[in-house]
Ligand binder design. Structure first.
Ligand code: AMP
Length: 360
């Protein structure tokens, strides 16, 4: 079985790592010089819309998947005419556009933040008036890690409009959430599904900093899974899909966005679950039935951003693993992550406090 991956970042790297022993071969494509996945597979340097490269993938692979959701959907459509592509181009296209994403949430009766489409400075000016509790302006496209979005309470409208790209925007209500949660679920080709427990996520400046699992709440877990099933059925989705939620002060889940791929808030599943999100994804896209997911301990994942700290001097038991993606240091770049595990959640939370000093 040969799997093509568009994107050679740390997600591709961990997908490959998870499946090496399963006799799966990978062809990875990335436009950059030395992406993290190079550690395991010599990546092909190419743009994602290069026809020669797409033809090579369709000739040599059994299935193509992605590690990066902003792969041009036209490339996925081109590949789909010849081989299996999971997630499919339509699903990826929806997830690339915050407007289409919110419309799908609404179609599935999943609560979303109040929002409006914005295409001009005038429409921004008039829309802002109906968001008296605060609003955030976001670009519909290429928004991740808090990029291309501006809090309108602290920015002048014109500057915000330009910062977000000046067209194809949405304005949305600022939610006063009590927590941010994500649900990682996987669907196989026969429609079978499996879910990881809800994860609690802490962001700093819009970038994920810490994920802690499980967030134990049976009712919320069921609700989130129901939402996930509605979305994956509707999109005829195969692979891992992640939904990010706000939890409001009435304990209600509000969908913020979804990612058609393995997700940063699921890195802990490598050490914290019987089967990682990476392996679940590869199993499902290669046509295997997905396995039951078991999690019998608490886990936390902390991202290492901007600079690689010296963690060798740190004496914290149960730092299970430190990942270094081998990237050059840059402000707010995700360079690696740390996973810690403990049966006892309070002990885990104490260790996180110590680690925060080194990773913030
Ligand atoms: P996003 O790129 O939409 O995932 O946003 C990044 C982060 O910004 C989220 O995880 C939240 O912490 C914050 N954020 C985004 N949208 C909103 C919103 N409507 N209300 C409050 N906080 C938000």
């Amino acid at each position: 079985m040969k799997v093509g991956i568009l994107g050679g970042g740390q997600l591709a790297m961990m997908m490959i790592q998870s499946s090496i022993e399963d006799n799966i071969e990978f062809i990875v494509v990335d436009p950059s010089d030395n992406p993290p996945a190079n550690k395991y597979v010599k990546c092909i340097k190419s743009d994602f819309d290069d026809i020669k490269m797409l033809d090579k993938l369709s000739r040599e692979c059994d299935v193509v998947t992605i590690d990066f959701e902003n792969v041009p959907s036209a490339s996925l459509k081109y590949l789909e005419r010849k081989i299996d592509v999971h997630p499919n181009s339509k699903a990826v296209e929806i997830c690339q556009d915050r407007l289409k994403e919110k419309e799908l949430f609404e179609e599935c009766k999943i609560p979303v933040t109040r929002y409006k489409k914005v295409d001009s400075l005038d429409s921004l000016d008039s829309s802002k008036k109906s968001f008296s509790n605060g609003a955030i302006l976001k670009s519909r496209f290429f928004g991740y890690d808090g990029k291309n979005q501006v809090d309108l309470d602290i920015s002048n409208l014109k500057t915000a409009f330009q910062t977000c790209g000046g067209s194809k925007l949405i304005i949305e209500e600022k939610v006063s959430f009590i927590r941010e949660l994500s649900l990682i679920g996987v669907r196989d080709k026969k429609g079978g599904t499996a879910f990881y427990p809800l994860v609690e996520n802490k962001h700093i400046n819009g970038i994920l900093h810490t994920s802690i699992a499980p967030y134990d709440d049976d009712k919320l877990q069921k609700k989130a899974q129901d939402y996930h099933n509605l979305l994956t059925d509707k999109m005829n989705y195969v692979g891992v899909l992640v939904i990010e939620f706000f939890l409001d002060n009435e304990n209600k889940l509000i969908a913020n966005e979804m990612a058609p791929r393995v997700h940063n808030s699921g890195h802990w599943t490598i050490e914290g679950a019987n089967i990682s999100q990476f392996k679940s994804h590869i199993k499902s896209v290669t046509g295997e039935n997905i396995s039951n997911i078991k999690v019998d301990k608490c886990a936390a994942m902390m991202n290492i951003l901007s600079t690689m700290p010296d963690l060798t001097t740190l004496d914290i038991p149960n730092i299970l693993k430190i990942y270094d993606y081998g990237k050059t240091e840059k402000r707010n770049r995700k360079l690696g992550h740390i996973t810690i595990i403990d049966k006892d959640k309070d002990k885990l939370l104490n260790r996180i406090k110590v680690l925060e000093k080194f990773t913030s």
